[in-house]
Design a binder for this molecule. Sequence first.
Ligand SMILES: [Zn+2]
Length: 423
Amino acid sequence: MQLSFLTLAFAAALLASLVTKFWLASRQMRHVAAHRERVPAAFAGTVSAESHRKAADYTLAKGRFGLLSTAFGSALLLGWTLLGGLDVLNMALRDALLPAAGPMAYQLALLAAVTLIGGLLDLPFEWYSTFRIEQRFGFNHMTGKLFMLDLVKGLALGAAIGLPLAAGVLWIMGATGGLWWLWAWGAWVAFNLVLLVLYPTVIAPIFNKFEPLADEGLKTRVQALMQRCGFAAKGLFVMDGSRRSAHGNAYFTGLGASKRVVFFDTLLSRLSPPEVEAVLAHELGHFKHRHVQKRMVMLFGFSLAALALLGWLTGQSGFYTGLGVTPNIGAPNDALALLLFMLALPPFTFFVAPLMAHFSRRDEFQADAYACAQADGGSLASALIKLHQDNAATLTPDPLYVRFYYSHPPASERLAALPQPAT
Ligand SMILES: [Zn+2]
Protein backbone atom coordinates (compact mmCIF):
# COMPACT_ATOMS: atom_id res chain seq x y z
CA MET A 1 0.00 0.00 0.00
CA GLN A 2 1.12 3.51 -0.81
CA LEU A 3 0.24 6.12 1.79
CA SER A 4 -1.39 9.06 0.06
CA PHE A 5 -3.86 11.85 0.59
CA LEU A 6 -6.65 9.40 -0.31
CA THR A 7 -5.47 6.92 2.32
CA LEU A 8 -5.55 9.61 4.98
CA ALA A 9 -8.91 11.02 3.83
CA PHE A 10 -10.48 7.54 3.80
CA ALA A 11 -9.06 6.61 7.19
CA ALA A 12 -10.21 9.94 8.62
CA ALA A 13 -13.73 9.54 7.20
CA LEU A 14 -13.97 5.97 8.49
CA LEU A 15 -12.82 7.00 11.95
CA ALA A 16 -15.04 10.10 12.02
CA SER A 17 -18.13 8.15 10.95
CA LEU A 18 -17.39 5.40 13.47
CA VAL A 19 -16.92 7.87 16.33
CA THR A 20 -20.09 9.74 15.30
CA LYS A 21 -22.10 6.50 15.14
CA PHE A 22 -20.93 5.43 18.60
CA TRP A 23 -21.52 8.87 20.05
CA LEU A 24 -25.06 9.08 18.61
CA ALA A 25 -25.91 5.54 19.70
CA SER A 26 -24.71 6.16 23.25
CA ARG A 27 -26.71 9.40 23.40
CA GLN A 28 -29.80 7.53 22.21
CA MET A 29 -29.34 4.72 24.74
CA ARG A 30 -28.72 7.11 27.64
CA HIS A 31 -31.74 9.19 26.69
CA VAL A 32 -34.04 6.18 26.39
CA ALA A 33 -32.77 4.62 29.63
CA ALA A 34 -33.25 7.90 31.51
CA HIS A 35 -36.90 8.10 30.40
CA ARG A 36 -37.66 4.41 30.86
CA GLU A 37 -39.75 4.75 34.02
CA ARG A 38 -42.09 7.54 32.98
CA VAL A 39 -44.58 7.62 30.11
CA PRO A 40 -44.41 11.09 28.52
CA ALA A 41 -47.37 13.28 29.55
CA ALA A 42 -48.78 13.44 26.00
CA PHE A 43 -49.18 9.63 26.03
CA ALA A 44 -50.16 9.14 29.66
CA GLY A 45 -53.73 8.12 28.82
CA THR A 46 -52.94 5.90 25.83
CA VAL A 47 -49.66 4.07 26.52
CA SER A 48 -49.21 1.81 29.54
CA ALA A 49 -46.11 1.98 31.73
CA GLU A 50 -45.46 -1.65 30.85
CA SER A 51 -45.39 -1.14 27.08
CA HIS A 52 -43.33 2.03 27.55
CA ARG A 53 -40.72 0.04 29.47
CA LYS A 54 -40.78 -2.71 26.86
CA ALA A 55 -40.10 -0.13 24.12
CA ALA A 56 -37.14 1.20 26.13
CA ASP A 57 -35.68 -2.29 26.70
CA TYR A 58 -36.15 -3.20 23.03
CA THR A 59 -34.47 0.02 21.89
CA LEU A 60 -31.56 -0.59 24.28
CA ALA A 61 -31.11 -4.20 23.17
CA LYS A 62 -31.08 -3.19 19.52
CA GLY A 63 -28.76 -0.27 20.30
CA ARG A 64 -26.16 -2.45 22.04
CA PHE A 65 -26.27 -4.98 19.22
CA GLY A 66 -26.00 -2.14 16.70
CA LEU A 67 -22.72 -1.02 18.30
CA LEU A 68 -21.30 -4.49 17.89
CA SER A 69 -22.29 -4.80 14.24
CA THR A 70 -21.06 -1.26 13.49
CA ALA A 71 -17.67 -2.05 14.99
CA PHE A 72 -17.49 -5.32 13.05
CA GLY A 73 -18.51 -3.60 9.79
CA SER A 74 -15.77 -0.98 10.16
CA ALA A 75 -13.14 -3.62 10.91
CA LEU A 76 -14.25 -5.59 7.86
CA LEU A 77 -14.08 -2.49 5.67
CA LEU A 78 -10.57 -1.81 6.90
CA GLY A 79 -9.70 -5.47 6.23
CA TRP A 80 -10.91 -5.29 2.64
CA THR A 81 -9.13 -2.04 1.86
CA LEU A 82 -6.09 -0.74 3.74
CA LEU A 83 -5.20 -4.12 5.27
CA GLY A 84 -5.12 -5.72 1.84
CA GLY A 85 -8.01 -8.24 1.78
CA LEU A 86 -9.32 -7.17 -1.60
CA ASP A 87 -5.78 -7.11 -2.99
CA VAL A 88 -5.14 -10.73 -2.00
CA LEU A 89 -8.50 -11.93 -3.28
CA ASN A 90 -8.06 -10.05 -6.55
CA MET A 91 -4.65 -11.54 -7.24
CA ALA A 92 -5.83 -15.06 -6.44
CA LEU A 93 -8.90 -14.87 -8.69
CA ARG A 94 -7.03 -13.09 -11.46
CA ASP A 95 -4.26 -15.68 -11.59
CA ALA A 96 -6.73 -18.56 -11.40
CA LEU A 97 -9.36 -17.36 -13.87
CA LEU A 98 -7.92 -14.85 -16.30
CA PRO A 99 -5.87 -17.21 -18.46
CA ALA A 100 -8.52 -19.93 -18.71
CA ALA A 101 -11.85 -18.09 -18.57
CA GLY A 102 -11.10 -14.56 -19.76
CA PRO A 103 -11.47 -11.07 -18.34
CA MET A 104 -15.28 -11.01 -18.00
CA ALA A 105 -15.46 -14.25 -16.01
CA TYR A 106 -12.61 -13.12 -13.75
CA GLN A 107 -14.27 -9.77 -13.06
CA LEU A 108 -17.71 -11.27 -12.40
CA ALA A 109 -16.12 -13.81 -10.07
CA LEU A 110 -14.41 -11.02 -8.14
CA LEU A 111 -17.68 -9.09 -7.70
CA ALA A 112 -19.53 -12.27 -6.70
CA ALA A 113 -16.82 -13.37 -4.26
CA VAL A 114 -16.75 -10.06 -2.38
CA THR A 115 -20.56 -9.97 -2.23
CA LEU A 116 -20.77 -13.57 -1.00
CA ILE A 117 -18.05 -13.19 1.63
CA GLY A 118 -19.69 -10.01 2.93
CA GLY A 119 -23.08 -11.73 3.05
CA LEU A 120 -21.67 -14.78 4.81
CA LEU A 121 -19.98 -12.68 7.50
CA ASP A 122 -23.21 -10.73 7.97
CA LEU A 123 -25.25 -13.89 8.46
CA PRO A 124 -24.53 -14.46 12.19
CA PHE A 125 -25.65 -10.89 12.89
CA GLU A 126 -28.91 -11.39 11.04
CA TRP A 127 -29.45 -14.68 12.80
CA TYR A 128 -28.84 -13.16 16.23
CA SER A 129 -31.07 -10.18 15.53
CA THR A 130 -33.95 -12.43 14.43
CA PHE A 131 -33.68 -15.40 16.78
CA ARG A 132 -32.33 -13.65 19.86
CA ILE A 133 -33.46 -10.02 20.00
CA GLU A 134 -36.73 -10.17 18.06
CA GLN A 135 -37.49 -13.50 19.69
CA ARG A 136 -36.88 -12.20 23.22
CA PHE A 137 -39.39 -9.38 22.73
CA GLY A 138 -41.98 -11.66 21.17
CA PHE A 139 -41.79 -10.22 17.66
CA ASN A 140 -40.21 -13.08 15.78
CA HIS A 141 -42.45 -15.44 13.79
CA MET A 142 -39.61 -16.74 11.65
CA THR A 143 -38.57 -20.40 11.79
CA GLY A 144 -35.08 -21.65 11.04
CA LYS A 145 -36.48 -23.26 7.91
CA LEU A 146 -37.99 -20.01 6.63
CA PHE A 147 -34.73 -18.20 7.42
CA MET A 148 -32.83 -20.67 5.25
CA LEU A 149 -35.45 -20.57 2.52
CA ASP A 150 -35.26 -16.76 2.39
CA LEU A 151 -31.51 -17.03 2.16
CA VAL A 152 -31.62 -19.44 -0.79
CA LYS A 153 -34.25 -17.35 -2.58
CA GLY A 154 -32.22 -14.19 -1.99
CA LEU A 155 -29.10 -15.81 -3.39
CA ALA A 156 -30.88 -17.10 -6.49
CA LEU A 157 -32.53 -13.73 -7.06
CA GLY A 158 -29.24 -11.90 -6.52
CA ALA A 159 -27.55 -14.12 -9.09
CA ALA A 160 -30.41 -13.85 -11.58
CA ILE A 161 -30.55 -10.05 -11.39
CA GLY A 162 -27.12 -9.06 -10.13
CA LEU A 163 -24.90 -11.04 -12.51
CA PRO A 164 -26.50 -9.80 -15.77
CA LEU A 165 -26.53 -6.25 -14.40
CA ALA A 166 -22.87 -6.47 -13.40
CA ALA A 167 -21.95 -8.01 -16.77
CA GLY A 168 -23.77 -5.15 -18.53
CA VAL A 169 -22.00 -2.47 -16.51
CA LEU A 170 -18.58 -4.13 -16.97
CA TRP A 171 -19.20 -4.37 -20.71
CA ILE A 172 -20.13 -0.67 -20.83
CA MET A 173 -16.99 0.23 -18.87
CA GLY A 174 -14.80 -1.69 -21.26
CA ALA A 175 -16.45 -0.80 -24.54
CA THR A 176 -17.74 2.77 -24.49
CA GLY A 177 -14.58 4.80 -23.89
CA GLY A 178 -14.02 7.87 -21.72
CA LEU A 179 -17.69 8.66 -21.22
CA TRP A 180 -18.51 5.14 -20.01
CA TRP A 181 -19.90 6.57 -16.74
CA LEU A 182 -22.63 8.42 -18.63
CA TRP A 183 -23.70 5.21 -20.40
CA ALA A 184 -23.49 3.30 -17.15
CA TRP A 185 -25.69 5.91 -15.53
CA GLY A 186 -28.29 5.50 -18.29
CA ALA A 187 -28.25 1.74 -17.71
CA TRP A 188 -28.56 2.27 -13.94
CA VAL A 189 -31.57 4.56 -14.35
CA ALA A 190 -33.25 2.11 -16.72
CA PHE A 191 -32.54 -0.77 -14.33
CA ASN A 192 -34.10 1.10 -11.41
CA LEU A 193 -37.23 1.97 -13.38
CA VAL A 194 -37.65 -1.65 -14.44
CA LEU A 195 -37.09 -2.75 -10.84
CA LEU A 196 -39.77 -0.34 -9.65
CA VAL A 197 -42.28 -2.11 -11.88
CA LEU A 198 -40.98 -5.64 -11.23
CA TYR A 199 -40.54 -5.32 -7.46
CA PRO A 200 -44.21 -5.28 -6.43
CA THR A 201 -45.44 -7.59 -9.18
CA VAL A 202 -42.66 -10.20 -9.43
CA ILE A 203 -40.02 -9.92 -6.70
CA ALA A 204 -41.98 -9.23 -3.50
CA PRO A 205 -44.39 -12.16 -4.23
CA ILE A 206 -41.39 -14.54 -4.15
CA PHE A 207 -41.10 -13.84 -0.43
CA ASN A 208 -44.68 -13.08 0.62
CA LYS A 209 -48.28 -13.74 -0.33
CA PHE A 210 -50.27 -10.75 -1.53
CA GLU A 211 -54.02 -10.86 -1.65
CA PRO A 212 -56.46 -8.16 -2.69
CA LEU A 213 -58.14 -6.57 0.32
CA ALA A 214 -61.16 -8.79 0.90
CA ASP A 215 -63.05 -7.36 3.92
CA GLU A 216 -66.22 -5.94 2.25
CA GLY A 217 -67.01 -3.30 4.88
CA LEU A 218 -63.47 -2.04 4.89
CA LYS A 219 -63.31 -2.17 1.11
CA THR A 220 -66.40 0.05 0.74
CA ARG A 221 -64.93 2.55 3.16
CA VAL A 222 -61.57 2.49 1.42
CA GLN A 223 -63.09 2.80 -2.04
CA ALA A 224 -65.05 5.89 -0.96
CA LEU A 225 -61.81 7.43 0.32
CA MET A 226 -59.95 6.65 -2.89
CA GLN A 227 -62.74 8.12 -5.00
CA ARG A 228 -62.66 11.27 -2.85
CA CYS A 229 -58.95 11.55 -3.42
CA GLY A 230 -59.19 10.91 -7.15
CA PHE A 231 -57.61 7.46 -7.28
CA ALA A 232 -58.70 4.42 -9.22
CA ALA A 233 -59.86 2.01 -6.55
CA LYS A 234 -57.48 -0.83 -7.30
CA GLY A 235 -54.09 -1.98 -6.17
CA LEU A 236 -54.97 -2.54 -2.51
CA PHE A 237 -53.21 -5.60 -1.14
CA VAL A 238 -52.83 -7.44 2.13
CA MET A 239 -49.45 -9.05 2.76
CA ASP A 240 -48.80 -11.96 5.11
CA GLY A 241 -46.23 -10.04 7.17
CA SER A 242 -47.15 -12.23 10.15
CA ARG A 243 -45.18 -15.07 8.55
CA ARG A 244 -41.97 -13.44 9.69
CA SER A 245 -42.71 -10.88 12.35
CA ALA A 246 -45.35 -9.33 14.59
CA HIS A 247 -44.37 -5.82 13.51
CA GLY A 248 -47.10 -3.99 11.61
CA ASN A 249 -46.67 -1.69 8.64
CA ALA A 250 -48.18 -0.24 5.50
CA TYR A 251 -46.35 1.02 2.45
CA PHE A 252 -46.88 2.00 -1.11
CA THR A 253 -44.74 1.02 -4.03
CA GLY A 254 -44.50 0.70 -7.78
CA LEU A 255 -44.86 2.87 -10.80
CA GLY A 256 -47.68 3.29 -13.30
CA ALA A 257 -49.86 0.22 -13.52
CA SER A 258 -47.83 -1.67 -10.90
CA LYS A 259 -48.57 1.03 -8.29
CA ARG A 260 -50.07 -0.41 -5.12
CA VAL A 261 -50.75 0.10 -1.45
CA VAL A 262 -49.75 -2.83 0.76
CA PHE A 263 -51.11 -3.45 4.26
CA PHE A 264 -49.43 -5.98 6.51
CA ASP A 265 -51.99 -8.43 7.89
CA THR A 266 -50.51 -7.62 11.31
CA LEU A 267 -51.60 -4.01 10.85
CA LEU A 268 -55.13 -4.84 9.73
CA SER A 269 -55.68 -7.13 12.67
CA ARG A 270 -54.90 -4.32 15.10
CA LEU A 271 -56.53 -1.23 13.59
CA SER A 272 -60.21 -0.30 13.46
CA PRO A 273 -61.68 0.51 10.01
CA PRO A 274 -61.47 4.32 10.55
CA GLU A 275 -57.83 3.89 11.56
CA VAL A 276 -57.06 1.82 8.45
CA GLU A 277 -58.76 4.52 6.38
CA ALA A 278 -56.56 7.20 7.99
CA VAL A 279 -53.38 5.18 7.37
CA LEU A 280 -54.39 4.65 3.75
CA ALA A 281 -55.08 8.40 3.40
CA HIS A 282 -51.53 8.98 4.64
CA GLU A 283 -50.16 6.63 1.96
CA LEU A 284 -52.28 8.36 -0.69
CA GLY A 285 -50.72 11.62 0.52
CA HIS A 286 -47.34 10.22 -0.57
CA PHE A 287 -48.83 9.52 -4.02
CA LYS A 288 -50.43 12.98 -4.26
CA HIS A 289 -47.20 14.74 -3.38
CA ARG A 290 -45.23 12.52 -5.79
CA HIS A 291 -42.74 11.62 -3.08
CA VAL A 292 -41.41 8.52 -4.84
CA GLN A 293 -40.75 10.40 -8.05
CA LYS A 294 -38.98 13.23 -6.22
CA ARG A 295 -36.84 10.78 -4.26
CA MET A 296 -35.85 8.98 -7.44
CA VAL A 297 -34.87 12.18 -9.23
CA MET A 298 -32.70 13.10 -6.26
CA LEU A 299 -31.05 9.66 -6.13
CA PHE A 300 -30.45 9.68 -9.89
CA GLY A 301 -28.75 13.06 -9.50
CA PHE A 302 -26.52 11.67 -6.73
CA SER A 303 -25.66 8.57 -8.71
CA LEU A 304 -24.73 10.66 -11.77
CA ALA A 305 -22.32 12.71 -9.66
CA ALA A 306 -20.91 9.53 -8.07
CA LEU A 307 -20.40 7.81 -11.44
CA ALA A 308 -18.73 10.91 -12.90
CA LEU A 309 -16.36 10.87 -9.94
CA LEU A 310 -15.70 7.16 -10.48
CA GLY A 311 -15.14 7.82 -14.18
CA TRP A 312 -12.28 10.08 -13.20
CA LEU A 313 -10.95 7.86 -10.42
CA THR A 314 -10.66 4.68 -12.53
CA GLY A 315 -7.90 6.32 -14.54
CA GLN A 316 -5.83 7.31 -11.46
CA SER A 317 -3.45 4.62 -10.19
CA GLY A 318 -3.44 6.46 -6.84
CA PHE A 319 -7.12 5.52 -6.42
CA TYR A 320 -6.16 1.84 -6.16
CA THR A 321 -2.86 2.07 -4.34
CA GLY A 322 -4.21 4.67 -1.89
CA LEU A 323 -6.93 2.20 -0.85
CA GLY A 324 -4.68 -0.81 -0.48
CA VAL A 325 -4.95 -2.46 -3.91
CA THR A 326 -2.38 -2.97 -6.67
CA PRO A 327 -4.05 -2.26 -10.02
CA ASN A 328 -3.91 -5.04 -12.62
CA ILE A 329 -1.53 -4.79 -15.52
CA GLY A 330 -2.72 -6.59 -18.63
CA ALA A 331 -6.22 -7.14 -17.24
CA PRO A 332 -9.17 -4.78 -16.85
CA ASN A 333 -9.49 -2.94 -13.54
CA ASP A 334 -13.20 -2.20 -13.87
CA ALA A 335 -14.56 -4.67 -11.31
CA LEU A 336 -11.80 -3.71 -8.92
CA ALA A 337 -12.66 -0.01 -9.30
CA LEU A 338 -16.39 -0.65 -8.78
CA LEU A 339 -15.71 -2.65 -5.62
CA LEU A 340 -13.26 -0.17 -4.16
CA PHE A 341 -15.65 2.69 -4.86
CA MET A 342 -18.63 0.92 -3.28
CA LEU A 343 -16.54 -0.01 -0.25
CA ALA A 344 -14.89 3.37 0.25
CA LEU A 345 -17.89 5.64 -0.39
CA PRO A 346 -20.14 4.98 2.65
CA PRO A 347 -17.85 6.55 5.30
CA PHE A 348 -18.03 9.76 3.26
CA THR A 349 -21.75 9.67 2.41
CA PHE A 350 -22.61 8.87 6.03
CA PHE A 351 -22.50 12.57 6.69
CA VAL A 352 -25.17 13.20 4.02
CA ALA A 353 -27.58 10.88 5.84
CA PRO A 354 -29.11 13.64 8.02
CA LEU A 355 -30.08 15.54 4.87
CA MET A 356 -31.86 12.52 3.38
CA ALA A 357 -33.55 11.82 6.71
CA HIS A 358 -34.69 15.43 6.84
CA PHE A 359 -36.38 15.21 3.44
CA SER A 360 -37.97 11.93 4.41
CA ARG A 361 -39.44 13.33 7.65
CA ARG A 362 -40.74 16.36 5.76
CA ASP A 363 -42.54 13.97 3.37
CA GLU A 364 -44.13 12.20 6.35
CA PHE A 365 -45.49 15.47 7.73
CA GLN A 366 -46.93 16.31 4.29
CA ALA A 367 -48.59 12.90 4.03
CA ASP A 368 -50.02 13.28 7.55
CA ALA A 369 -51.47 16.69 6.66
CA TYR A 370 -53.05 15.21 3.56
CA ALA A 371 -54.49 12.34 5.60
CA CYS A 372 -56.09 14.76 8.05
CA ALA A 373 -57.72 16.68 5.22
CA GLN A 374 -59.16 13.51 3.64
CA ALA A 375 -59.85 11.32 6.68
CA ASP A 376 -60.23 11.58 10.42
CA GLY A 377 -57.22 13.11 12.20
CA GLY A 378 -58.19 11.50 15.53
CA SER A 379 -58.12 8.06 13.91
CA LEU A 380 -54.73 8.79 12.39
CA ALA A 381 -53.45 9.75 15.84
CA SER A 382 -54.72 6.56 17.47
CA ALA A 383 -53.39 4.46 14.58
CA LEU A 384 -49.96 6.03 14.98
CA ILE A 385 -49.92 5.26 18.69
CA LYS A 386 -50.92 1.65 18.08
CA LEU A 387 -48.26 1.26 15.41
CA HIS A 388 -45.63 2.65 17.74
CA GLN A 389 -46.67 0.25 20.46
CA ASP A 390 -46.77 -2.77 18.18
CA ASN A 391 -43.27 -2.01 16.96
CA ALA A 392 -42.06 -1.12 20.48
CA ALA A 393 -40.73 2.13 19.04
CA THR A 394 -39.48 4.42 21.78
CA LEU A 395 -41.53 7.53 22.54
CA THR A 396 -38.48 9.26 24.00
CA PRO A 397 -35.68 9.19 21.41
CA ASP A 398 -32.65 11.45 21.68
CA PRO A 399 -33.41 14.57 19.57
CA LEU A 400 -30.01 14.58 17.86
CA TYR A 401 -30.24 10.86 17.06
CA VAL A 402 -33.61 11.60 15.47
CA ARG A 403 -32.12 14.37 13.31
CA PHE A 404 -29.45 11.99 12.07
CA TYR A 405 -31.29 8.76 11.46
CA TYR A 406 -35.07 8.91 11.69
CA SER A 407 -36.84 8.60 8.35
CA HIS A 408 -40.15 9.13 10.21
CA PRO A 409 -40.67 11.86 12.78
CA PRO A 410 -41.03 10.52 16.35
CA ALA A 411 -44.60 10.01 17.55
CA SER A 412 -44.60 13.11 19.75
CA GLU A 413 -43.73 15.37 16.82
CA ARG A 414 -46.18 13.73 14.46
CA LEU A 415 -49.06 13.93 16.92
CA ALA A 416 -48.23 17.54 17.78
CA ALA A 417 -48.40 18.42 14.08
CA LEU A 418 -51.87 16.93 13.61
CA PRO A 419 -54.79 19.33 13.92
CA GLN A 420 -55.90 19.22 17.55
CA PRO A 421 -59.52 18.18 18.19
CA ALA A 422 -61.69 21.04 19.53
CA THR A 423 -62.13 20.77 23.29
ZN1 LIG B 1 -45.41 7.78 5.29
